[in-house]
Ligand binder design. Structure first.
Ligand code: SF4
Ligand code: SF4
Length: 247
């Protein structure tokens, strides 16, 4: 049952609050869109009162995928995740002022799933964003948004209130397989990414500098939809074909 303060919260106001906290994108998914979530990873497995999932995105600077050094991409990724965790937390506190309970989901934290022998976020950020109409998951397993392509980082909040859901986007990925062929370790050859193979190659201490780096994001770089329609940058073929460093 809604209390009197809940009555004044609308989907529009939710997005306005999220944008005021710094989000570049925000969408809302109804709980029925998570029916296929694995056991233990459904929003109500985390927060039994959840009736809507609010997904938000922050832009990731395009220049980072053109750098010859993996340092800027790694630094942005390591900076954007605590920033977005703080945004999700602030959002939840703000919603409580309206009498609505919300729960923040970590932006970049996974736990071992003994059933699938994979690391999983307690709620898949990409699936939440797809369900909330921000974009579609491509063959490279990244979310592609019409506006900013895959140059977006994702966060989510579980909400106790039933909010008006956004329409889901149509498919964007054309299955051109460019990302599959670009992967140096064939991590994308099957429908499900070989998570450990990708991580072993892309993440870890740099042999020369001994510093932890993200050293591969070729699948992101090569996708024709990597920048979306609102980035006006043209990535040159020679750069994207030699780029190293990202997730
Ligand atoms: S990040 Fe690199 S290793 Fe991982 S799937 Fe993409 S291309 Fe392959
Ligand atoms: S490179 Fe092609 S197959 Fe891969 S995600 Fe982009 S459109 Fe889909």
């Amino acid at each position: 049952m809604k209390n009197s303060r809940e009555a004044i919260i609308s989907s529009e106001l939710v997005k306005k609050i999220m944008h005021s906290l710094g989000a570049d994108m925000c969408g809302i998914a109804s709980i029925d869109r998570f029916d296929d979530a694995p056991k233990g990873y459904h929003p109500t497995d985390v927060f039994p009162l959840c009736k809507s999932v609010i997904s938000f995105g922050c832009r990731f600077p395009v220049g980072t995928i053109l750098c010859d050094s993996p340092v800027p991409y790694t630094r942005v990724r390591n900076s954007i995740t605590p920033k977005m965790d703080a945004m999700a937390l602030d959002f939840c506190i703000e919603m409580e002022k309206y009498g609505v309970m919300c729960v923040p989901i970590p932006t970049n934290e996974s736990q071992w799933d003994e059933n699938t022998h994979r690391w999983r976020s307690v709620i898949s950020q990409k699936h939440a964003a797809q369900a909330a109409g921000l974009g579609r998951i491509g063959r490279h397993t990244l979310l592609i948004t019409p506006e900013f392509g895959s140059m977006i980082w994702l966060g989510a909040v579980l909400c106790s209130m039933e909010l008006e859901a956004d329409e889901m986007k149509d498919e964007i990925c054309t299955n051109c397989d460019l990302c599959v062929k670009s992967c140096p370790v064939n991590a994308l050859e099957q429908a499900e990414i070989k998570q450990q193979v990708c991580w072993d190659h892309a993440f870890g201490d740099d042999e020369m500098t001994k510093a932890w780096r993200i050293s591969c994001h070729k699948c992101r770089d090569i996708c024709p939809y990597n920048l979306g329609s609102q980035n006006s940058f043209i990535l040159t073929t020679d750069k994207t074909s030699t780029s190293t460093g990202g997730e």
